[in-house]
Design a protein around this ligand. Structure first.
Ligand code: UD1
Length: 422
């Protein structure tokens, strides 16, 4: 298994291009199941999660061809569809559950494995099941698989989710676009990735209004056609690289970044003493002056502070002046990076959903282990600021969500390399 070796070496300077959003692309790809005509996605990120979704869609009978070094995904689904998402693929990636809605919409039935345990909490499927059941699906759990059927297809309905789940909103949208009649989803998730999915579906001929608000209205249509759609910028990759100059000093411009994607995150950066300026090409980030100040952070659904940036923010706050409290409200058990950061000299106490970070003057390099995708990049960020050498092992988590992380950071002056194991 590969490791990443990082040496702390001071201020960074230059530009980092931000890729298309992993989480948007993982919802857009299954939309190909909704039409017989081709769907082309541009600005796609080159990540192992995208390859897993490609594999899953291929197993269902869709074609996905990566063009232009993976930046363009040409997809189509005109032949026979196998409506079974196998455990062996689904267990690798929870987002595999996003084929459930489109399969039900196109075929009226689907068999999708439950994703199983996940390192960052239980992550059940009840909200998805309730949302699709409201559209007339009958869903049963047998042998670890959800067996979903409909009597004569899906029918539009009004449904209120108990929590604004991102994935359940996406499944509901992809199911309702081909349902008979109109649907309203209340307490819908408002993430930019949902807005991106709605735009793509609309380009395919769907009738959707209200995306980006907590009430989405969908008028079902008989069929969808092909489209070409650019994937929205990855706000989590953006926020991650914005933290690099915040932690190391210097100034970095994140190309393609927009404040609207990371507004609540920018507010916390401002309070911590980090300046963010929107330019024509992206976001320019630098530390204002002196040491970073402690700030409290609560993770919430969009537009709140994203849970997917909590670990990286903790890396910044480890060397802040004062004590910060981070409260994780989206996932249970999402502080597994804390003990690893402590190996680097951070002072952190974790109690339930709260982590209290007492800022120290500096961190020290150490051997640490990546436990999940965002945790792994937080350890790299911490390593950039630490004295000496940090080796982050188990970086396969990293490759799920960050393309060419070493190249991007090296281009702004970081000392970072991948060590390939024999
Ligand atoms: C998506 C993102 C993930 C991000 C998360 C929250 C993708 C591919 N992944 O995941 O990176 O961290 O949003 O912003 O887009 N829940 C239930 N029952 C359900 C569904 C969810 O209890 O049926 C719970 C989950 O356990 C979790 C919370 O709701 O505690 C949020 O989950 P959800 O918004 O559904 O996240 P995902 O779509 O899985």
């Amino acid at each position: 298994m590969d490791s990443i070796l990082v040496r702390g070496n001071g201020p960074l300077s230059g530009q980092i291009p931000i890729a298309g959003a992993k989480n948007a692309c993982l919802a857009l790809m299954p939309a190909t199941l909704l039409s017989e005509e081709p769907l082309t996605l541009t600005n796609a990120p080159r990540l192992s999660d995208i390859r897993t979704m490609t594999q899953l869609l291929a197993s269902l009978g869709a074609e996905v061809t990566a063009l232009q070094d993976g930046k363009v995904l040409a997809t189509s689904c005109h032949g026979e569809i196998t409506p079974v998402a196998d455990y062996d693929i689904v267990r690798k990636m929870r987002a595999s559950n996003l084929v459930l809605g489109p399969l039900l919409a196109r075929l009226g039935h689907a068999v999708v494995s439950l994703p199983g345990g996940c390192a960052i909490g239980a992550r059940p499927m009840d909200i998805h099941i309730d949302a699709l059941s409201a559209l007339g699906a009958e869903i049963e759990l047998k042998d670890g698989y959800l067996h979903a059927t409909t009597r004569g297809g899906l029918k539009g309905a009004t449904h209120q989710m108990r929590f604004a789940s991102v994935g359940a909103t996406e499944n509901f949208l992809m199911a309702a676009v081909l349902a008979k009649g109109s649907s309203v989803l209340k307490n819908a998730a408002r993430e930019p990735e949902i807005v991106d999915l709605a735009r793509c579906l609309r380009a395919m001929g769907a009738e959707i209004e209200g995306e980006g608000t907590s009430e989405i209205t969908i008028q079902g249509v008989d069929r969808l056609h092909g489209a070409t759609h650019p994937v929205v910028t990855d706000r989590i990759e953006l926020g991650t690289y914005m933290l690099a100059p915040a932690i190391c000093g210097g100034e970095v411009e994140c190309l393609g970044g927009r404040i609207a994607l990371v507004e609540s995150f920018c507010e916390k950066l401002d309070a911590a003493g980090v300046a963010v300026e929107e330019t024509e090409r992206g976001l320019k980030v630098r530390r204002k002056n002196g040491r970073i100040r402690a700030v409290d952070v609560v993770t919430e659904p969009f537009p709140g502070f994203p849970t997917d940036l909590q670990a990286q923010m903790m890396a910044l706050l480890c060397t802040a002046e004062g004590t910060s409290v981070l409260e994780e409200r989206i996932f249970e058990n999402r502080f597994m990076h804390a003990p690893e950061l402590m190996r680097m000299g951070a002072k952190i106490e974790v109690q339930g959903g709260h982590a209290t970070v007492h800022g120290v003057e500096s961190l020290k390099g150490a051997r640490v282990m990546a436990t999940d995708l965002r945790a792994s990049v937080s350890l790299i960020l911490a390593g950039l600021a630490a004295e000496g050498e940090t080796v982050v092992s188990r970086v396969y988590h990293l490759d799920r969500g960050y393309e060419r992380v070493e190249d991007k950071l090296r281009a702004v002056g970081a000392q970072i390399e991948r060590v390939r194991d024999e």
